[in-house]
Design a protein around this ligand. Sequence first.
Ligand code: SF4
Ligand code: ZN
Length: 369
Amino acid sequence: MNKREFLKILGLSSLGYTAIPLNAFAVSKVLLPKPVREAMHYIHTARGIRCQICPNECDIKPGETGDCRTRIIKNDKLYTSAYGNPCVIHVDPIEKKPLNHFLPQSKAFSIATAGCNLACLNCQNWNISQKAPDETKNYHLPPADVIKQAQKYQCASIAYTYSEPIVYFEYTLDTAKIAKSQGIKNVFVSAGYINEKPLREISKYLDAANIDLKSFSDDIYARLNAGKLEPVLRTLKILKDEGVWLEITNLIVPTWTDDFKMIEKMCNWLKTNGFEHTPLHFSRFHPMYKLTKLPSTPVATLIKAREIALHAGLNYVYIGNVPGSTAQNTYCPSCKHLVIERKGYHIIQNNLKNGKCSNCGTKIAGVWI
Ligand code: SF4
Ligand SMILES: [Zn+2]
């Protein structure tokens, strides 16, 4: 089932418009017409044009958009309508992405356009992810201006985040190229549902990524997210192969992704495939979007999931969205000494010395300078 069929079953093809509040950035906010720029990674077929950015591989005809609502045909070419027109811009602590092992306490200039190639029933950002760029109020912020804003706000990185950077691929790529040339890092916060060729292309400019591994079941991916598991696992392997610093988030949704046997299977796969030094964040679900009748994830479930992951041999396992939990801290995998103590997005103490545990000298995986 592709995203279009999935939305039809849910009766979600015509979502209401929710305005995104204006914020304090000194750039003008205007409605941009589509299309904006010729898209990358598409081919002509007998049925029209096929986009090959992500595994949905949408066959698009004139007058239609791809499943992500950002791809349209003009003059027999595919165009993106998500370029230079973010609907959200914000300065975030890097810990919010979440990235716990990448330039701690640095600021990330964060941008997102409307659109997404998945349709998660629990989406936190559905009011932008399940919209087309001409349905949101957008800033005019071409790639060079993103860099200027990031510099102005003294951000060490630019984060492509909130909705799904895969669907504003060209905007991300062009911005990331300039950022890299100016010594600003690039951070990709994504569900990882992308084809290999574009991923390899963008990886050359990425410094860090947080990828949502939404479950370890193809069936749940199909019913909860309108996606598939295998392409996401491939993304994890490619990012590792390309040398991008990687952290993984697994949101535990009661009755959907809280099966401990499945969590164990996922952790064993991560260990077997060389991800033992990759931080894994178990994140707490709160009632959202189409799943408002579910309760929040019990804290005990998150604690148990973390124990399973540690037992499987993963070295850095965190619990997110649980204020006050000691499972936000980094502990040395060798001597168990407290290495970084966190409270929310703040660091209370940092016992790292040159990227090593100050107690026993074990190297703590990450990008620390
Ligand atoms: S990026 Fe959009 S148009 Fe392209 S294949 Fe994915 S969902 Fe379809
Ligand atoms: Zn130690």
